[in-house]
Design a protein around this ligand. Structure first.
Ligand code: SF4
Length: 420
């Protein structure tokens, strides 16, 4: 057994210049120090998770065709919202890890998911977060023999290398949908294509995804994609291009050479319709430039849009068609998929409030919320007088209990207003 461990270690060290990420991942997965399944404590953990994160009120609303009226307030819940299976799986694995290693030091490379209540609970279980010094994670604090959890949106190859080299036990909760994107990027790399990643270049998932690419460019939205498409077709100012996408491309990226062959990848939580449209845009661009018969020599795309993101966005599109007075979108302020749900409400001109917990509501008729792209601010008299319909949805990392607490607060506020 020791010989196998050493062999794994040596082979991974030999790759520490990080050329062959695929081989690195494969070797890591065969290492005895690497776990990507639970530890056999599912039953106990499921019970605990249900108690901590589920809610009877939400079940009641679901059973009542996703709506509930109390007094002047009707709540309309989106038909798909909240915890996705990738998040549930990651949280369950983190709980199992604590149970399986009751006395060891356990670290997590990042918030396991973007939800403050879940991350707080993990801290209470003495799962420590790797400290960040001036924007860089300080792994010097981690000792060999420590347990390190990788979150649902993954970790970069260099982080995995550091942890492996230190001899840590790695518990990898990366969602399989995210791994699927990494596999696409590996395919781009194999053919020497540049990966065009639809995402936010600073988001942990996109950082991890881009670490698997040799050449990449991150585009945030359709506007940026159109700029790149135009550059492919007509050329342009190279310096302007590089300044515009500063920090969003791989080292040495040259727009004059590295956009001849492109593959599409995505941060799984971006707006699905936009990811699809960006893929189509580049497909058309390449056809226009090289001719349809050369498409496969210059373009690659795989379907890597996660079902959960798609379902939550589709349910939101249905909800905004209804006659709702306002929309409450619940999720971490740094949660990309939550932000995209709010964008849908904004596009329809519906007043919407992004909050991360019920603590943001009240006291009195006020809410502390985060308008899209702005800092948190307080809105007074946010609940209109009289009968109202409140649309409610939540991001993929928000437990039902957090949603239920927010709904209870809204009922309470309106009932107090009625008495007052
Ligand atoms: S939103 Fe999708 S990709 Fe992200 S954790 Fe959930 S299932 Fe996985």
């Amino acid at each position: 057994m020791r010989a196998v461990k050493l062999r794994n270690k040596v082979s991974l060290r030999a790759m520490s210049n990080k050329i062959d990420t695929k081989a690195f991942k494969r070797a890591l997965q065969h290492s005895d120090n690497y776990h990507r399944k639970g530890f056999g404590h599912e039953a106990e953990v499921t019970g605990v998770l249900n108690t901590e994160y589920q809610s009877n009120l939400i079940q009641q609303i679901r059973d009542n065709n996703y709506q509930l009226t109390r007094g002047d307030v009707t709540i309309r819940l989106a038909e798909a919202f909240g915890f996705c299976w990738g998040v549930e799986r990651a949280v369950a694995m983190a709980y199992e890890t604590r149970q399986h290693f009751p006395t060891e030091r356990i670290w997590i490379t990042n918030e396991i998911i973007h939800n403050p209540s879940v991350n707080k609970r993990l801290r209470e279980m003495d799962v420590k977060f790797i400290p960040v010094e001036q924007g860089n994670k300080d792994f010097s604090i981690v000792d060999s023999g420590d347990i390190v959890i990788l979150p649902a949106f993954g970790a970069s190859v260099s982080e995995m290398q550091v942890l492996n080299d230190k001899g840590c036990t790695i518990v990898d909760t990366t969602c399989p949908w995210v791994s699927k994107v990494w596999n696409s990027v590996e395919k781009h790399k194999k053919k020497d294509y540049t990966s065009i990643i639809h995402g936010k270049y600073k988001h942990e998932e996109t950082v991890a995804t881009s670490s698997f690419a040799d050449k990449y460019l991150v585009v945030l939205n359709m506007k940026e994609a159109e700029y790149v498409s135009n550059y492919i077709l007509n050329g342009g100012d190279r310096e302007e291009f590089l300044a515009k996408f500063k920090n969003a491309y791989s080292q040495g990226f040259d727009p004059d050479k590295d956009l001849e062959c492109v593959g599409i990848a995505n941060q799984t939580t971006m707006l699905k319709s936009e990811t699809e449209a960006i893929g189509k845009l580049f497909e058309r661009t390449v056809m226009q430039k090289y001719g349809p018969e050369k498409l496969n020599e210059h373009f690659m795309s795989f379907n890597t849009i996660c079902d959960a993101t798609q379902e939550r966005q589709d349910a939101m599109f249905e909800l905004v068609e209804e006659d709702v007075s306002l929309m409450v979108v619940i999720g971490g302020f740094n949660s990309s998929n939550t932000t995209h749900l709010q964008e849908i409400a904004i596009e329809r001109g519906i007043p919407s409030y992004h909050i991360d917990s019920d603590d943001r509501i009240g006291p009195g008729n006020k809410v502390e919320h985060k308008p899209l792209g702005k800092d948190v601010e307080v809105k007074e008299n946010w609940l209109p007088e009289g009968q109202i319909v409140v649309g409610v949805t939540s991001g993929a990392s928000t437990p039902d209990k957090v949603v239920a607490d927010a709904i209870e607060k809204i009922f309470e506020l309106k009932s107090l207003a009625a008495i007052g």
